[in-house]
Design a protein around this ligand. Sequence first.
Ligand code: DX5
Ligand code: ZN
Length: 214
Amino acid sequence: MIKVSPSLLACDLSDIYREVADVENCGADMIHLDVMDGMFVTNISFGLPVIQSLRPKTNIVFDVHLMINEPQRYIERFITECGADIVTFHIEATSAPDLCIDIIKKHGKKVGLSVKPGTDISAVYPYLDRCDMILVMTVEPGYGGQAFMPEMVDKIKKLKKELVSRGLNCDIQVDGGINAQTAKLCVEAGANVLVAGSSVFKSADRKKAIDALR
Ligand code: DX5
Ligand code: ZN
């Protein structure tokens, strides 16, 4: 089953609560929350207090994508203070991947592990059996509205093959430049969780956009 996770980064950020409620009504399965520190990526987005303030207002699954260095410093707070349900961190960002996984699992939340476009997918193989989801970035992380990188399709296929050969039931998420056309390529390659910022939030008919992705 395909899940759609609209990325908050592309919404009207002056009206976050209503924007989340709107995509939830339009059939979103979760909301994707991009946290950036200006270090791991060159951009800065939003962080703990913003996500925390949103938590009491909605029951939607919080899919938190941490684009921050040494995320083990903050993971616990994103769970206990902000109510993160899925916590995804980058393999390139941490000197302690196992610790990150331990913290997420200790709280009974879902573990996501991500790779940037330039990182070989084999970098996540040692951790696959402890992950619930692998996020294959389909653009360079940091900014919404970029063009999908078609060369990432092979990476998704390679990962899917590895998961199947090991009998692992791990979600494959894609993020960056995802619309109805690029989603099709990713799903055919094995992805089942689609992050979409611009193609959902900037669409005149968000329900139609989400349905088209699915
Ligand atoms: C980029 C973020 C994405 C971004 C996607 O670093 O991780 O989640 O919001 O935006 P679109 O769908 O517009 O490419
Ligand atoms: Zn993201």
